[in-house]
Design a protein around this ligand. Structure first.
Ligand code: HEM
Length: 179
């Protein structure tokens, strides 16, 4: 998984628990102490071990942590792809264009970064539907990212999830509207 994810986990830990908590999490996760960088790919198991250690330390479940992490990481994600986001876009435009304008461009960028394939479509003029399928089953991260994007644009997102891989469905469907 792209280094941006463990980097953001570190930021999440240091913001919530203080700087001294990061070495503790790394020890608890039994992963090698590293300097994570955004252009390098790291094993998914390492990222999962870090998330499990945060969960053990805070008592929050991994889905709760992933959602908060997704929201926290949006300013850095937007900064990373600021040239791909058209002026005038707001929450639903960014989400509707994530696959073609952002994730696909990152896949072509010459690193191993492999964001999930999302199907994002307008369903009427006020709602976007995202279909997410990934063996990583990180839909709470998607929900957090959506909330973070809405916060970035001063909007509030309402998300319903009629199907979810974590509930045994084949795909997660996120219906998103904003106020
Ligand atoms: C602001 C624009 C965005 C950027 C720059 C971005 C970038 C990334 C990157 C670099 C990864 C790591 C991929 C890897 O390591 O292989 C990732 C993963 C992910 N992204 Fe995005 N993303 C954006 C928006 C979104 C949106 C709007 C959603 C959901 C609606 C989303 C859902 C996810 C999920 C769920 C993952 C977890 C990995 C997986 O399931 O395979 N992203 N994204």
């Amino acid at each position: 998984m792209n280094g941006i994810i463990p980097l953001e986990i570190r930021k999440f830990v240091e913001t919530g628990l203080g700087k001294q908590a990061w070495p503790e999490i790394v020890r608890l996760a039994e992963v090698p102490p590293r300097v994570y960088v955004p252009v390098v790919d790291y094993p998914d198991q390492e990222v999962m071990a870090l998330l499990s250690a945060v969960s053990a330390r805070t008592g929050d479940s991994i889905p709760v942590i992933l959602e908060a992490l997704g929201e926290l990481m949006v300013p850095d994600l937007i900064n990373m792809v600021s040239t791909l986001i058209r002026p005038g876009w707001k929450t639903l435009d960014v989400i509707a264009n994530t696959e073609e304008a952002i994730h696909e461009v990152l896949r072509q960028a010459g690193t191993n970064t492999n964001p999930p394939e999302l199907k994002c479509r307008w369903s009427g003029s006020h709602e976007v539907v995202v279909t997410y399928i990934s063996s990583r089953k990180m839909c709470p991260l998607a929900k957090g990212i959506i909330k973070g994007i809405a916060r970035h644009y001063g909007e509030q997102a309402t998300i319903t999830e009629p199907t979810c891989m974590l509930r045994g469905d084949a795909a997660c469907q996120l219906h998103i509207s904003v106020t």
